[in-house]
Design a protein around this ligand. Structure first.
Ligand code: DAK
Length: 214
């Protein structure tokens, strides 16, 4: 059974994370489903922007710790490759990707948001990189993308201390662009992607590539 709902309306692709029994924690299977969903949206010429959100109370609780504990070397390697491929794909898709973050975005969940082009969040959202409390490092770009997004000082602060950062602090750091009351997050997220989708696709794609490669 898939843990993702994908649709496309009026040029906006919507990928909704719904792995309910684990707060959208990323295991091998879920990474594959996200990868497949992105491939499908990327293959459509009518898609001009993509929104990633969740129907659950938390955006993503990170890598699936239970599964990670059971990995042998080969499985850990595969998880590393597959996860990083998905996150890199998010970053390099031709069209902009917006993450609407509610609840927790922890570990790989924070990295997932960071791999998107824009992040908006509810005022109750909370971000963190708790990997060092588990004896591991962020493995899906936290030490790279996060530092580029919010600067090395803020990234090191979040990663070394593993503390949780409120949406307001995340906005002050530049981790998210806007904070909205929880009940308005989805409507504002949809407005944002619709606004992007109204613009000339070629120009928007060229701008994404230019900003990323500059
Ligand atoms: N993995 C697996 N299951 C999880 C989970 C996770 N990360 N987070 C939550 N769940 C499960 C819980 O076990 C629980 O399952 P049941 O007991 O109901 O079966 C269910 O989701 C609901 O969770 P809670 O009952 O805990 O819900 P609460 O609302 O009370 O708490 C919470 C929400 C997000 C504060 C809490 O669940 C929590 O602290 N979760 C763990 C957060 C965390 O530490 N995440 C992992 C971060 S480390 C790498 C690649 C990737 C990574 C590292 C290296 N390489 C390639 C080298 C990434 C690492 C990480 O993401």
């Amino acid at each position: 059974m898939t843990s993702i709902a994908v649709d496309c309306v009026d040029g906006v692709g919507h990928l909704q994370l719904n792995r309910a029994n684990a707060l959208n924690a990323l295991d091998l299977q879920f990474c594959t489903e996200i990868d497949d969903a992105l491939l499908a949206l990327d293959a459509r010429e009518d898609v001009r922007a993509i929104l990633i959100s969740t129907s659950l109370k938390h955006f993503c609780a990170g890598a699936d710790i239970r599964e990670m504990l059971s990995f042998d070397c080969q499985q850990a390697y595969e998880f590393s490759i597959r996860g990083n491929r998905v996150f890199r794909k998010l970053e390099t898709l031709l069209v902009p990707v917006v993450a609407a973050v509610n609840g927790y975005a922890l570990g790989a969940g924070c990295e997932l948001a960071a791999a998107c082009d824009l992040r908006i969040a509810s005022d109750t959202a909370s971000f963190g990189q708790p990997e060092v409390t588990l004896g591991i490092t962020p493995g899906f770009g936290g030490t790279q993308r996060l530092a580029r997004l919010i600067g090395t000082q803020n990234a090191k602060d979040m990663i070394f201390t593993a503390r949780r950062v409120s949406a307001f602090e995340a906005q002050a750091m530049g981790l998210i662009s806007h904070t909205y009351p929880a009940d308005r997050l989805m409507s504002r997220a949809v407005e944002t992607v619709e606004q992007i989708a109204k613009n000339v696709p070629f120009a928007v794609r060229a701008c994404k590539a230019a900003v990323n490669e500059g």
